[in-house]
Design a protein around this ligand. Structure first.
Ligand SMILES: *[C@@H]1O[C@H](CO)[C@@H](O)[C@H](O)[C@H]1NC(C)=O
Length: 350
């Protein structure tokens, strides 16, 4: 256990350390991160290359991790479904224009208003953490960083792995519903999913491992209706699904708006049961079941099903650490800000 954690840390350090040494850019513009305070000497504490850093908040907001962890505990105690919801929120944020909190903006035509975002949850929790953060670290902590930290804490609290996050993300200034189409939906095949993942710099292992988040996830019944009732001309139900599971799902899913656990055996435990299920034709979504059909992913599914859960958890931490670096705004390429409120950009009045 200890050894496993250590090796994850080593892998992570390799993963997150490379951009820091990969060519220091010019000094970033001073200010512009939302702090109007005069003579603000926190500027000098910002990493000079303005890229993500493991120690980003150590000096400018030392209680950052503690505030997030406490709030997440508080909220998930009242509603245990928030943990998986946060993880899903991260996938939807990072999967659309990168991990820039664009999914949190709430205005006409934003990602959040897209039909695919309809069932996303956890916004109030993030907003609550943000307002707490503004009390002790005003104008210094981005909503993007809060979302990344909160989902990691929630995963850990559900028995998942822990991994150190690098911080320093800035928030996007805009968000467009049309960008949401890029997020893989439950009906895509492995090739489609893999293309999406590769466009983010993630590989086939990351695809199989991050799909493992379904060990604690839920799906809306609407997503699997066609799999249960009108699969194709010869089969009403997808023949790739275990018959008992199909019966169960038909009973659970009388209405599109109902939800069903994606790991029907251990739905609230972060373990490798999801892969064991896949091996037994008990994957709920088409994309889940596709992972055992496709020769590129099947051996990985088999490995995670047969190895101790720790192996999956360890790799999950590594793949998450890669995912949360996707398309981050660090002040070099795209223009970002530290939002005052997570649902609104600072300048526009929606
Ligand atoms: C329906 O799906 C099954 C299983 O994938 C396949 O064997 C069959 O040929 C399909 N039928 C049609 C008409 O596409």
């Amino acid at each position: 256990m200890k050894l496993a954690v250590v090796s994850v840390v080593v892998l992570l350090v390799i993963l997150v350390a490379w951009p820091v040494s990969a060519g220091k850019k010019d000094l970033p513009e001073v200010g512009g991160y939302g702090g109007e305070e005069e003579e603000d000497d926190t500027n000098s504490w910002f990493p000079l290359d303005n890229l993500l850093s493991l120690s980003y908040y150590d000096k400018i907001c030392p209680n950052f991790e503690k505030i997030v962890d406490t709030k997440v505990r508080e909220w998930t105690k009242r509603d245990s479904t928030l943990g998986p919801a946060l993880l899903r929120l991260v996938f939807h944020d990072c999967g659309v224009t990168g991990c820039d909190a664009s999914v949190l903006l709430d205005h006409e035509g934003s990602e959040r208003k897209s039909p695919a975002s309809k069932t996303l949850r956890g916004f109030e929790l993030i907003e609550d953490i943000k307002s707490e953060m503004e009390k002790s670290c005003k104008g210094l902590v981005s909503c993007a960083d809060i979302l990344i930290a909160a989902s990691r804490d929630a995963t850990y609290q559900l028995g998942g792995p822990y991994w150190p996050n690098a911080y320093g993300r800035r928030d996007s200034k805009n968000s467009y519903a049309r960008d949401v189409e890029k997020v893989p939906s439950g009906r895509r095949d492995v090739t489609g999913l893999l293309e999406t993942f590769q466009s983010y710099g993630l590989n086939i292992l990351d695809l199989v491992v991050l799909s493992g988040a379904h060990t604690i996830g839920k799906a809306n019944c609407g997503t699997i209706q066609s799999r249960l009732y009108n699969f194709n001309a010869t089969h009403g139900t997808d023949p790739a699904i275990d018959t008992k599971l199909a019966d169960y799902l038909r009973r659970k899913c009388r209405w599109d708006s109902e939800t069903v656990d994606l790991d029907v055996v251990t739905p609230v435990t972060f373990d490798n049961q999801y892969y064991v299920n896949l091996q037994k034709h008990m994957g709920v979504l088409t994309t889940d079941q596709e992972l055992v059909k496709d020769p590129r992913t099947a051996p990985l599914v088999k490995a995670f099903a047969e190895q101790p859960p720790q192996m999956f958890k360890q790799q999950f931490a590594v793949s998450m650490a890669k995912l949360v670096n996707v398309g981050v705004i660090t002040g070099e390429d795209r223009d970002g800000e530290i939002r005052r409120v997570c649902s609104k950009p600072n300048s526009k009045s929606y």
